[in-house]
Design a protein around this ligand. Structure first.
Ligand SMILES: *Cc1c(COP(=O)(O)O)cnc(C)c1O
Length: 234
C-alpha cells in the first residue's frame, strides 16, 4: 500500500499536462514571493507544435492564454477552438505578407520591432477591437536576433501614438542563451528598467519575459507574463 502511494507521488508520465501546469504555477508563485514588485503574473502556454487536444487539456486546467509562432499553424488551431474563451498570442518572427492574417485572428502580438509592421497591423485591424502589442527588444544585442536595440525604443514608441487600432501593452525579450545566472539576472534587470522608464508615459502593463528554463529569474525581475512551452507540453 505504502509502495503504491509512493509510486503515485513520485512517478510522472512524460506528457502529464495537468501536473506540469501545477508545477509551473507553483514555480511562479514561489518566484513572486521573491519579487520586490509582487506583481501579478499571467502564464501563457506556448502551444506551437502541439495539438488542439493538448491545448484543450491545458484549457481545462485553467490556462486562458496560448502562444503560437507560425501564423498558419496558429490560425488553424484558433479556428478549430473557436468555442474556447481564450486569448491567442503571436510570438514568432513576422513576415510582412502575414500581417493581415495575424491582425485578423490573433488577440496579441509580442514580436514586433519595426514601424512598418506596426502600420500594416494597424491598417489591417480596423473593425476589430484593438490588437494588443508588445515590442520586442534585442536586450542582449545579438546580431542574428529579432528585436530593436533599447536605444531605438523611444522613437518607435512615440510613433505608435497615432495607431488607433493597436494597444501598445508592453515589451518582450528573449535573452541570449546562457547558463550564467548573473548574466541572466542582469539582462532581466535591464529589461525591467527599460519597461519602468516607459510604463507610465505609454500606459504599459505587460513585461513579457521568462520561458521554461528561466521563468523564476524573469518573475523576480518584474515579468508580468511568462511564455512556457516545453515545461507544459513536453
Ligand atoms: C517557443 C517559445 C517559447 C517557449 O519556450 P520554452 O523553452 O519551450 O518554454 C517562448 N517564447 C518564444 C518567443 C518562443 O518561440
Amino acid at each position: 500500500m505504502l509502495a503504491s502511494n509512493r509510486y503515485i507521488v513520485y512517478y510522472r508520465r512524460m506528457h502529464d499536462i495537468p501536473s506540469a501546469i501545477d508545477d509551473i504555477n507553483h514555480r511562479i508563485k514561489k518566484a513572486q514571493h521573491h519579487s520586490p514588485d509582487a506583481q501579478a503574473v499571467t502564464l501563457m502556454a506556448v502551444s506551437k507544435n502541439h495539438s488542439v487536444d493538448e491545448i484543450r487539456q491545458a484549457y481545462s486546467c485553467g490556462i486562458r492564454h496560448f502562444g503560437e509562432n507560425r501564423a498558419q499553424e496558429g490560425i488553424g488551431k484558433i479556428v478549430q477552438l473557436k468555442e474556447l474563451t481564450c486569448q491567442w498570442h503571436f510570438i514568432g518572427p513576422i513576415q510582412a505578407n502575414k500581417t493581415q492574417l495575424i491582425a485578423q485572428h490573433f488577440d496579441w502580438i509580442h514580436s514586433v520591432d519595426r514601424l512598418k509592421i506596426l502600420q500594416r497591423l494597424n491598417q489591417q485591424r480596423s473593425s476589430l477591437p484593438p490588437l494588443n502589442v508588445c515590442i520586442q527588444v534585442n536586450i542582449s544585442n545579438e546580431p542574428q536576433k529579432s528585436g530593436l536595440a533599447a536605444s531605438e525604443l523611444p522613437e518607435l514608441l512615440a510613433a505608435t501614438r497615432d495607431l488607433d487600432n493597436l494597444q501598445i501593452r508592453g515589451l518582450m525579450c528573449i535573452p541570449q542563451a546562457t547558463t550564467d545566472i548573473d548574466t541572466l539576472n542582469q539582462t532581466f534587470q535591464q529589461m525591467h528598467a527599460l519597461y519602468l522608464q516607459n510604463a507610465a508615459p505609454y500606459q504599459l502593463d505587460t513585461l513579457s519575459m521568462g520561458m521554461s528554463q528561466d521563468l523564476e529569474a524573469a518573475v523576480q525581475h518584474g515579468s508580468t507574463m511568462v511564455r512556457v512551452g516545453r515545461a507544459i507540453f513536453g
